[in-house]
Design a binder for this molecule. Structure first.
Ligand code: MV4
Length: 493
């Protein structure tokens, strides 16, 4: 079956390859675009056709809407898949794709626009009966108004930019003396970051969990959910570990949350794949925002439901009815994703771009690796540092953790520092193993101390192994351990 003959993938790295894999299975020709430093990238080699769009800076390349539309029209693509990031949630771009008679593989530009306003979407979802935290309806237009509201709902409160998301412009305010400054600062940040000064104030939750529900909706009014993901382990709004299902989910909570997620999807006339994001605390959950795109962590939902989300996206965009009814979606087992970034977790997660000099990815039972790198490829400094997603499946959560530990042992990436050692420590952390996490987990001093101790304990073992490598005694254990203990990586090559 062929929904389209040719699709242009307006993205790079692992997600461009992920989308092209679905296209290849469906017999759809793929068109890649690339910037100058990505000339040698895997997504360029994988595609049937590839076009250079511009220099490294995203505005010249992966955000260059004019050039992308020109290439799509010129090469006869029928649809554009935006992946995540870049143009994925830009309603202007989606609108231009629609106007040029091409298919945007995602929701309509109108839906992207509506959900882009956190204030409007919150108001609409609250009216539809979805639980939300108390907030300043209509936004905050004066400092006095903000002070009065915070007084009413009591501190702590949080100031958020309506056009925000991803934490930009968010400020926690714990007492009245700090509120007026936070409001003024919030408006300034919102104006400069988004060109829209609208802010709102909301009741602040301490250490909530981030739980999100994956939904699929077709253009015929049908919508289903694919259960939830737990995404609490993050740093500065970048997720590091996600899992499906949520380890503390109960049948009652799940019923309420997935019902709410479907209400959200219906209320904004959602089509295609999307994610409804909730904060959870003390048995209650609250709608935060909807991500109107394919997400990085869609993979773990694919693993526990068996549904190919990207294939469904393409089918939906082509006008097909959903291939599944809700009752067809069966949750089975547990999946965990570790995001492998070219960053130094021992040095404040500083980006460490550079050339990959050795690479061996794990395999075997229950392992899925989605990566966009290969030996000889130089990770450019201009883009996101995520280079690979390592996912493990188990029939039980502990089996998934054991497989993840084993896959981390097998994974060899030399040439750049990576987050692999952090994942190694996390998969051995008692609190993580108990499923006892929250959005501020990595900031907790207990956790930091535990991870530091873990790194230190490993250090002497790693030095012994590094010595073996220098003497030419290379075994699987040696290279794997060196990869985990990344501070040796550059010296040894
Ligand atoms: C919050 C919150 C606590 N209380 N809102 C961060 C990004 C955006 N999606 C919502 N965010 C938060 N909103 C209230 N009222 C805490 C966060 C938050 C957070 C949320 C999800 C995942 C990680 C986070 C890390 C810090 C703060």
């Amino acid at each position: 079956m062929s929904y389209f003959d040719k699709v242009l993938i307006a993205n790079r790295g692992e997600i461009a390859i992920r989308v092209m894999r679905a296209c290849r299975e469906l017999g759809i020709e793929t068109v890649a675009i690339y910037s100058t430093p990505d000339k040698n990238a895997l997504h360029v080699k994988y595609a049937d056709e590839a076009f250079h769009i511009g220099e490294a800076h995203p505005s010249k390349s992966y955000l260059n809407a004019d050039r992308i539309l020109e290439i799509a029209t010129m090469c006869g693509a029928e649809a554009i898949h935006p992946g995540y990031g870049f143009l994925a949630e830009n309603y202007h771009f989606a609108e231009r794709v629609e106007e040029s008679g091409l298919n945007f593989i995602g929701p309509s530009s109108k839906t992207i626009h509506m959900m882009g306003s956190k204030l409007d979407s919150k108001e609409a979802m609250s009216a539809a009966g979805v639980p939300v935290l108390p907030w300043t309806k209509g936004g905050v237009t004066s400092t006095e108004e903000g002070i009065a509201f915070a007084e009413e709902i009591r501190y702590p409160v949080i100031v958020k930019a309506s056009a925000g998301g991803g934490g930009i412009g968010m400020q926690i305010v714990r007492e009245e003396s700090d509120i007026s400054e936070a409001i003024e600062k919030g408006m300034r940040i919102a104006q400069s970051a988004f060109g829209d000064p609208t802010i709102f104030i909301e009741k602040y939750l301490d250490k909530p969990r981030h739980i999100e529900v994956q939904v699929l909706a077709d253009k015929h009014g049908n919508a289903i959910h694919l259960y939830e993901r737990e995404c609490s382990i993050q740093r500065r709004h970048q997720k590091l570990v996600e899992e499906a299902p949520c380890p503390i989910m109960t049948p009652e909570l799940r019923k309420r949350m997935t019902d709410s997620a479907l209400t959200v999807a219906k209320t904004c006339n959602y089509t295609n794949a999307g994610t409804v994001e909730f904060l959870y605390s003390n048995g209650e959950y609250y709608f935060m925002e909807m991500n109107t795109r394919l997400q990085v962590e869609h993979t773990i939902t694919e693993i526990v439901t068996g549904v190919d989300i990207v294939r469904q996206q393409i089918a939906i965009a082509a006008g097909e009815k959903l291939a599944y009814k809700q009752d067809d979606i069966i949750l089975r087992g547990h999946a965990i994703e570790c995001r492998i970034n070219a960053e130094d977790p021992m040095n404040n997660f500083t980006a460490d771009p550079g050339k990959i000099v050795r690479y061996r990815s794990p395999g075997g039972p229950g392992i899925r690796v989605d990566s966009g790198i290969h030996v000889g490829y130089a990770i450019p400094p201009q883009y996101d540092s995520m280079i690979s997603k390592l996912c493990a499946f188990g029939l039980t959560r502990i089996e998934a953790i054991e497989r993840m530990r084993r896959a981390i042992y097998e994974y060899v990436i030399l040439g750049v520092k990576t987050t692999i050692p952090l994942h190694h420590a996390l998969m051995n952390n008692r609190q993580f193993i108990e499923g006892n996490t929250h959005t501020h987990f990595l900031e907790d001093q207990h956790i930091r101390d535990n991870l530091q101790r873990f790194f230190r304990d490993e250090e002497s073992r790693m030095q012994t192994l590094a010595e073996s490598l220098r003497q030419g005694k290379e075994t699987a254990a040696v290279t794997a351990a060196i990869s985990v203990y990344l501070h040796q990586t550059k010296k040894n090559e």
